[in-house]
Design a protein around this ligand. Structure first.
Ligand SMILES: *[C@@H]1O[C@H](CO)[C@@H](O)[C@H](O)[C@H]1NC(C)=O
Length: 310
């Protein structure tokens, strides 16, 4: 088994594990983002009053099934995303490094961040139909519905129905917002992680280890959530509509802020945080461990002449 295949499988399993743990908050987030859409603040009925209230009423009315709607498409999306990050990152990074520095082995923060963002955006574009159908499954509720209620039996049924009624264009509804969202998130994640790590070591005297990884990934997850949440809200709303409400990302942003106020783009923020923090902590801490294993392996098995080039 090649290392890439190994990394793909390990990454996919880790991502799906993280999704399983946090999917309930994703469902809550979507319902909070859609609630009161394009209604003035005081006129909007609040069916879901906050993260914990939402979890409680969904569990009471719909049972665990309600919270876990759309988890199949969430897995497919994660695996696609993980695959795109692994598959596109290195070629893009190497290509850029050799164009700019005339050497593919040069590591530069700017180039790495850019390549991470672009491979994330490609993943988001590829996975968008699954995210779309997931959003619609998650907002469906026979008890406290928010958003258009599509009666999809499951993800496959949903994809088929969207394709039959709205065509390819329907499947790719909201893809622009999805790419912006993931591009924002991917470009912030690693730089803030390394920044937090350096600061914590320098100012609080923390040492490299699990506690430092935990603290830095928490800081990174928070930063990611702050920049990613507004485009995420726009994306949920573009996914909900069937084409009659907004013409695109900017139109949706404009109308949302105009009718509901500027904080509307942060609706569902705490639910998003509850989803992103465990996800980031898990993935980044895990990456530290795998990198350590990798380095130990290289130190032990690779001759100095090769190692110097890596
Ligand atoms: C969802 O989309 C439908 C159809 O495009 C629209 O009528 C509705 O206002 C949107 N939002 C909510 C919360 O239902």
């Amino acid at each position: 088994m090649s290392t890439t295949t190994g990394a793909f499988i390990a990454g996919g399993i880790a991502a799906c594990g993280a999704v399983t743990v946090t999917h309930s908050f994703e469902t809550v987030k979507i319902r909070l983002q859609l609630q009161g859409e394009l209604q003035a603040k005081d006129a909007a009925v609040k069916k879901y009053k906050g993260v914990f209230h939402a979890v409680k009423v969904i569990l009471k009315n719909e049972g665990p099934r309600g919270l876990f709607q759309g988890i199949g498409s969430a897995y497919v999306y994660q695996v696609l995303m993980n695959g795109c990050r692994l598959g596109f990152y290195e070629p893009i990074r190497g290509g850029l490094a050799s164009t700019i520095y005339k050497d593919a082995h040069v590591q530069s923060l700017g180039v790495n961040v850019f390549s991470g963002a672009v491979s994330g955006m490609l993943g988001a574009a590829l996975g968008s139909p699954f995210f779309l159908v997931k959003t619609r499954l998650q907002s469906h509720s026979p008890f406290l519905p928010v958003g258009t209620q599509h009666n999809y039996k499951n993800a496959v049924d949903g994809l088929r129905k969207i394709h039959n009624t709205e065509g390819i264009k329907g499947l790719y509804r909201g893809v622009g917002a999805a790419m912006v969202r993931t591009g924002f998130g991917s470009s912030v994640q690693l730089p803030t992680y390394f920044l937090a790590k350096r600061r914590l070591m320098r100012h609080l005297g923390m040492e490299d280890g699990p506690a430092l990884h935990f603290a830095s990934s928490t800081a990174s997850g928070f930063a990611v959530c702050c920049v990613m949440h507004p485009p995420d809200t726009i994306m949920s709303r573009l996914y909900n509509q069937t084409g009659n409400l907004y013409t695109g990302v900017f139109d949706c942003l404009y109308k949302t802020v105009k009718t509901e106020g500027i904080f509307a783009i942060y609706k569902g923020f705490f639910a998003h945080l509850a989803r992103i923090l465990p996800h980031t902590i898990l993935t980044l801490s895990l990456a530290e461990q795998t990198n350590k294993l990798m380095r130990r392996f290289e130190d032990r098995w690779l001759p100095d002449s090769i190692r110097a080039k890596i």
